[in-house]
Write a protein that binds this ligand. Structure first.
Ligand SMILES: Cc1cc2nc3c(=O)[nH]c(=O)nc-3n(C[C@H](O)[C@H](O)[C@H](O)COP(=O)(O)OP(=O)(O)OC[C@H]3O[C@@H](n4cnc5c(N)ncnc54)[C@H](O)[C@@H]3O)c2cc1C
Length: 390
């Protein structure tokens, strides 16, 4: 803090996006403070935590935070058809999300940053020379720049002159003790999860096998999850009564604008998730890296104008928009499939031709190469295109 009580950067929210921005800024020697509303980093945990080895390029995922390394994922259609999608050597890992976020927070502290818990930001406003926030404890903090890493809380987006990301889908997830399993499962179909999917992700805590069970959809996520877990093919696998799920919104499209004078939004706050799966940890880290690079340069030049910070948005748009555009189009097609069409699509995905294509083209974080390739398969192309005209 300088003599006038001004920090370099305040970060609202200690999720992957806010913490990774803070880490890069603290490493650059900047006075960085993260404010997190909850008492404990990463708790409550809303996320399934599936990432690929590519995450390590940005932040090393330590073995201690990995719960399971699945080798394949079963995609199950409404009529019971199954396509097995194998990990093409990308080191898929199911993280303990709370432990991952806590490791990131520890890295911020090691780099000289400050992480304050039980500090909810209630108000934020921009002055000419600084940004000021007020917390629920009545404190006021000022900084030269503000990073919105507050996830799907869009209360500060007025500061960006931005609308909410749209569409936003609904999710519900819980952890439940269950029979041991190895493979991930994705269940699709209009009854299971309209415009989305349901999942079962096996892992262990100590010797006890668990499942993370969840749904992503348009509609009442809690009710759909309850019905999903009552299915005769699933209920017998559960070994305890299920608890109340954690419900959350999920953006599947970017916000219209992610910067303004002295402010940038990162991760879910900027609506940056993979449109087909909703996975957002990698994009959160990537956007945080772009935000930190831009802010470090802008602070050095003492120019935090919207014009200067627009370089942040230019960076993530160049890297992510081609991918997001293709994936959003694909999501739109999938969202309109009937249950019968899902059966046909999953059968096509299980065929030898498509399986070998998926093995060659599929990448966990970059869906457009495999989307564009499977679209060349005649059966799949006609199925998806037809869906667009209803
Ligand atoms: C059910 C579900 C499953 C998912 N599964 C996966 C998956 O398997 N793989 C994957 O890559 N992604 C997954 N995602 C997406 C992933 O969780 C998000 O993209 C990721 O958490 C975004 O990180 P973030 O830092 O932007 O936001 P968050 O992780 O949401 O962190 C935001 C933080 O800001 C804090 N905060 C909010 N408002 C304030 C305030 N006013 N003051 C102070 N603190 C505040 C919150 O408490 C929170 O700690 C899943 C999401 C959901 C909902």
């Amino acid at each position: 803090m300088d003599s006038s009580g001004l920090h370099d950067v305040l970060v609202v929210g200690a999720g992957p996006a806010g913490l990774y921005t803070a880490l890069r800024m603290a490493e650059a020697g900047l006075d960085t403070v993260v404010l997190e509303e909850h008492a404990e980093i990463g708790i409550p945990t809303h996320c399934t935590g599936i990432v690929s080895g590519e995450t390590n390029r940005l932040y090393k995922v330590r073995d201690e935070v990995v719960l399971h390394r699945p080798s394949s994922c079963l995609m199950i259609s409404p009529g019971g058809r199954v396509a097995e999608l194998e990990d093409p050597g990308e080191e898929i890992a199911v993280l303990d999300r709370a432990a991952f976020d806590q490791a990131l927070a520890a890295s911020v502290l090691e780099a000289g940053g400050v992480v304050r818990t039980s500090a909810r930001v209630d108000h934020a406003h921009k002055g000419d020379r600084f940004v000021e926030v007020a917390t629920d404890r009545g404190e006021r903090l000022r900084a030269r720049a503000l990073v919105l890493g507050c996830g799907v809380t869009y209360r500060f987006h007025g500061l960006l002159g931005s609308r909410l990301p749209s569409p936003i889908l609904h999710t519900a997830q819980l952890e439940v003790a269950a029979s041991p399993a190895e493979k991930l499962e994705v269940h699709v179909g209009r009854q299971v999860a309209p415009e989305g999917f349901a999942w079962l992700v096996p892992f262990r805590r100590g010797d006890t096998p668990y499942l993370k069970a969840g749904v992503l959809l348009h509609g009442d996520a809690r009710a759909h999850l309850e019905r999903f877990l009552e299915r005769p093919s699933i209920a017998p696998r559960l070994r305890e009564t299920t608890r109340e799920p954690i419900r959350r919104l999920m953006p599947v499209a970017p916000a219209a604008k992610s910067y303004d004078d002295r402010i940038v939004a990162v991760g879910d706050a900027a609506g940056l998730t993979k449109p087909v799966t909703g996975g957002g940890i990698f994009y959160s880290l990537l956007s945080a890296q772009f935000a930190a690079e831009t802010l470090i340069e802008a602070l050095a030049a003492d120019d935090l104008s919207a014009g200067r910070l627009s370089r942040y948005e230019k960076r993530w748009r160049e890297r992510l928009m081609p991918e997001i555009r293709t994936s959003r189009w694909f999501r739109e097609c999938l969202a309109r499939l009937t249950d019968h069409e899902w059966d046909r699509l999953v059968a096509c995905l299980a065929s030898d031709d498509v399986q070998s294509l998926i093995k060659r083209k599929a990448k966990f974080n970059w869906h457009s190469p495999v989307i564009l390739s499977i679209l060349k398969q005649p059966g799949i192309k006609s199925l998806l295109l037809r869906s667009l005209f209803r």
